[in-house]
Each structure stands twice: as structure tokens, then as C-alpha cells.
Ligand binder design. Structure first.
Ligand SMILES: [Zn+2]
Length: 164
């Protein structure tokens, strides 16, 4: 390989890397709601803003008692939005009867939820929360129906239903 070919190869490698790197960096750190004023609210602010039961679930990962949510029997067409910030999370057509006593969905609106591993009960579970205000919504399991096989087990009190 002559010197000219070698330097051209180096140039191409460098160009490809430079083109790919910004995209990777953006994907790793992208948080479209990072500057939301909701992120600046204190725990006391949230306590004032929310009904007591919603506050305990959204801000302290409490779990509502199964079978207590009025939304279990909500069968109209519409959207379930975050009780903390009104971000749309689930569409009514994705809701299914899981028999668990919590409103359940097989998928969520893209980008609406963020996830983390939760070890609170000793076995790892996937916790999910509102991508905008970071309010806890529920846990997602792999025993849901088709087409996703997922079961988003949601605290009804953490959402509001907006009829279409
Ligand atoms: Zn929210």
C-alpha cells in the first residue's frame, strides 16, 4: 500500500467516525423534556398540585390497591394522559382486561415513558414513568397479549382519561 492510499484510508475512517459520533452522542443523552419547568418542581410543589393518592403514586412510587381504579371500567375511545403533566401515554384501543385489578395496556405512545430496573420486592421488575414529569406510572411485564406480548400494569390514579 502506498502512502497516498494509506492516508486516504485514514481520512475515510476519520470522516465516517466523525459523522456517526454526533448521532450516537445525541441518542445517548437525548431527553426532549430535560428543560421542562415541571422538572424544577419540588416534592412540596407536587404535594400541593396533586390529589393525595396521585401524589403518593407519582412522586413516591406507591401502588394503588388493585380493583379500586374507576378507569378499570373505562371503555370509551380516548387517551390516557399523565395525571402529573397531561402528557398522552396510552390510547384506549391498547387497553385490555388483564384481570389484575389495574388498568393494563399492551403498548404505549412512543417516547411517552422512560424505564428503569426496580429491585424493591427483591426480584427485578421494569418500572416505567412519565418521560416528561418523571412521575411513576407502573411496571411493565412480558406476559401481555399480542401483538407486543407486553403488559403495562398502570396505576389508574396516575392517569386521567380524555375521551376522544
Ligand atoms: Zn407526566
Amino acid at each position: 500500500m502506498d502512502t497516498q492510499t494509506l492516508s486516504r484510508r485514514r481520512f475515510l475512517t476519520a470522516t465516517v467516525f466523525a459523522a456517526a459520533a454526533p448521532g450516537l452522542a445525541a441518542a445517548a443523552t437525548a431527553d426532549p423534556y430535560a428543560n421542562s419547568p415541571l422538572r424544577k418542581l419540588t416534592d412540596a410543589d407536587w404535594k400541593k398540585k396533586l390529589p393525595a393518592a396521585a401524589y403518593e403514586v407519582l412522586r413516591h412510587e406507591d401502588t394503588e390497591r388493585p380493583g379500586t381504579s374507576a378507569l378499570l371500567n373505562e371503555h370509551r375511545k380516548g387517551t390516557f394522559v399523565c395525571m402529573g403533566c397531561d402528557l398522552p401515554l396510552f390510547k384506549s384501543e391498547w387497553k385490555f382486561e388483564s384481570g389484575t385489578g389495574w388498568p393494563s395496556f399492551y403498548t404505549a405512545i412512543p417516547g411517552a415513558l422512560a424505564k428503569k430496573t426496580d429491585l424493591k420486592i427483591g426480584v427485578p421488575r421494569t418500572e416505567y414513568h412519565c418521560a416528561q414529569c418523571l412521575g411513576h406510572q407502573g411496571h411493565v411485564f412480558n406476559d401481555g397479549p399480542k401483538p407486543t406480548g407486553l403488559r403495562y400494569c398502570n396505576n389508574g390514579v396516575a392517569t386521567k382519561f380524555i375521551p376522544a
